[in-house]
Design a protein. Structure first.
Lengths: 288, 287
């Protein structure tokens, strides 16, 4: 016990392996979420992002049944759901939220079923908590390359598509007139969002990953009307919230009611929200 | 012991009340395109249940306060920025607090699970009264404000011209949503009420564009969905949220195919078709 307590003091923070993994994985995920999330906000797809995160619960809980890391399930089901959402028409503005909600309801229902099987057919009692509220401090360091790979995929998608994506997000008609395949670009963006929320589902949890996707991006877009710069801001804000959150969660071991630290997801989400509230209201409306 | 035994009686009663409320409130959720808000308020309000168990007060009180705070928070943040962003942020802040409260309390996985996904098979008789009272309040409020709410959902400008303030109607809608949430969440879970508020009303809207028949149809569909789901959950022992989610999607698919078949009309049962009709309705409504 005293050994544990000594770890709390400053040097222990950077010496601890779980903390290092959390800082690396959380940092990567925060940067990707900020950049990809900016497109989600610009395109008015906050709900799609939230729904994809909720649906990925089905994947995460299915992977507990099969016995692989939840990341594979989160990502697999997320990408699949992105395809379904495009099929039933989330690219049209009218009725879009309704279609998203239907997919989300059915997907989360499936997640409920798998979680039920997790608790009855296998002995993984912590599955519900891990999937819903994340597992920042228990990410095995062997998973970091996979996280980096998925991050590179999501980031690569939006950076390769940067110009057409930006144009079709802010002025779809103009983009179509210029020969951009707006729908294809849209579904690829949705896939990038799905990959991103599956990554943040690993760190701060499936039902909270919306926070990293939307919060820093919305704050960034309030700070500047230049999209590129806003993405840099979003990445920085996400990074700051994640790292500060890890630090606070680590320190909170001493805080009441004791016995264990406060959940890191709580700190990350709260910090993101505080940053959003502190950001000034944009004078000029951000395009979109 | 069959699914119609006395043990199950209160489950059937409570679930039917929930379905009626979901059908009525869901009609406006679909009309206003407010799926995200209808998703966020129940999901966020689960924080209230976690806080209540920590403080040792009744779950109903905790959920009611949380639902109200969440709904008003969405309204407040929505005035400062993009609406979908506001909804997302209000939701995650609530959920973040929920994670914190859960880590403090000794309650764990099974409670969270049933709050989010529904555990409708163990409803006790004492839960009927609060659900019935709150549900009745919800339906009464919606019906009392039916016309102004309808008008401001479909034609905000016309509504403003007639003195129906869009902001006030939005507030009313959010409060009704919070009320519906607090009556259902402790009993049936967040997923169940959300799926019921989306699928059946969407299907009803595709079948008819007249407001009152659509609302009635939405209530009937919600009842059928919830009854089938309970029967299926009873037989298989699987979570009821799964069946409601799946059946809700089936309803929506049927509605979509129906309006696709009925393409002869220039605007297949979209908001515009109803808007025209409500225009006629509004012409002789004194508000």
């Amino acid at each position: 016990m005293s050994h544990l307590l000594q770890l709390i003091v400053e040097p222990g923070f950077f010496g601890s392996a779980p903390v290092r993994s959390a800082l690396i994985a959380g940092g990567i995920v925060a940067v990707v979420s900020g950049i990809v999330g900016s497109f989600a906000v610009l395109r008015g797809q906050s709900y799609a992002g939230h729904a994809l995160a909720d649906i990925s619960v089905a994947g995460g809980s299915a992977s507990f049944l099969v016995g692989v890391s939840p990341l594979w399930g989160f990502a697999g089901v997320g990408v699949l759901a992105a395809g379904v959402m495009d099929m039933i028409g989330v690219q049209r503005p009218r009725g879009r939220d309704l279609a998203t909600g239907i997919v989300r309801g059915a997907g989360l229902g499936l997640g409920a079923l798998f979680l039920y099987w997790d608790t009855t057919h296998t002995s993984t009692t912590g599955a519900t908590i891990t999937i819903l509220f994340g597992s920042m401090f228990t990410i095995p360091s062997s998973l970091i390359p996979v996280i980096a790979l998925f991050s590179a995929l999501a980031l690569g998608l939006v950076l390769v598509l940067y110009r057409p994506l930006l144009l079709s997000s802010t002025a779809a008609d103009l983009a179509a007139a210029r020969g951009i395949r707006v729908r294809l670009v849209g579904v690829l963006c949705l896939v990038a969002i799905a990959l991103t929320v599956s990554l943040s589902a690993m760190t701060i949890g499936a039902i909270l990953s919306t926070a990293l996707l939307i919060g820093p991006a919305a704050t960034g877009l309030r700070l500047t009307s230049r999209p590129g710069l806003a993405m840099v801001w979003a990445a920085l804000i996400g990074l700051a919230a994640t790292w500060l959150g890890v630090l606070l969660a680590y320190d909170s071991f001493y805080w009441p009611p004791g016995r264990h630290g406060w959940p890191v997801s709580f700190f990350v989400v709260t910090l993101i929200f505080v940053f959003y509230l502190l950001s000034p209201r944009p004078v000029r409306r951000v395009p979109g | 012991m069959g699914m119609f035994s006395s043990f199950m009686a209160s489950t059937w009663v409570v679930a039917s009340i929930v379905a009626v409320v979901a059908g009525v409130v869901g009609f406006f959720v679909v009309l206003r395109g407010a799926a995200f808000v209808a998703d966020a308020v129940p999901q966020g309000a689960f924080t209230g249940a976690a806080a209540a168990s920590l403080l040792g007060v009744s779950t109903l009180l905790g959920v009611a306060v949380a639902a109200l705070v969440g709904a008003l928070g969405i309204g407040w943040l929505g005035r400062r920025g993009r609406r979908d962003v506001a909804t997302a942020l209000a939701l995650v802040v609530m959920l973040g607090l929920g994670a914190l409260f859960l880590s403090f309390s000794s309650e764990y996985a099974p409670e969270i699970y049933s709050l989010l996904f529904g555990e409708v098979l163990g409803v006790s008789v004492t839960q009927i009264a609060p659900v019935a009272i709150l549900g009745g309040l919800c339906v009464l409020a919606t019906l009392a404000l039916f016309r102004p709410l309808l008008l401001s959902s479909l034609m905000p400008e016309l509504a403003e011209a007639r003195g129906v303030r869009a902001g006030r109607m939005e507030l009313v809608f959010l409060i009704v949503l919070a009320l519906a949430t607090s009556m259902t969440l402790p009993v049936t879970g967040a997923l169940l009420i959300f799926s019921l508020m989306i699928g059946p009303p969407a299907a009803a809207r595709s079948l008819t564009s007249r407001p009152l028949p659509a609302m009635l149809l939405s209530v009937l569909t919600a009842l059928v969905v919830v009854w089938l789901s309970i029967a299926a959950a009873y037989q298989t022992n699987w979570p009821v949220g799964f069946f409601v989610g799946a059946l809700g999607a089936v309803c929506y698919a049927v509605g979509r195919s129906w309006s696709a078949v009925r393409r002869r009309r220039p605007v297949p049962a979209g908001p515009v078709a109803t808007a025209l009709e409500t225009g006629a309705l509004a012409a002789n409504v004194r508000l």
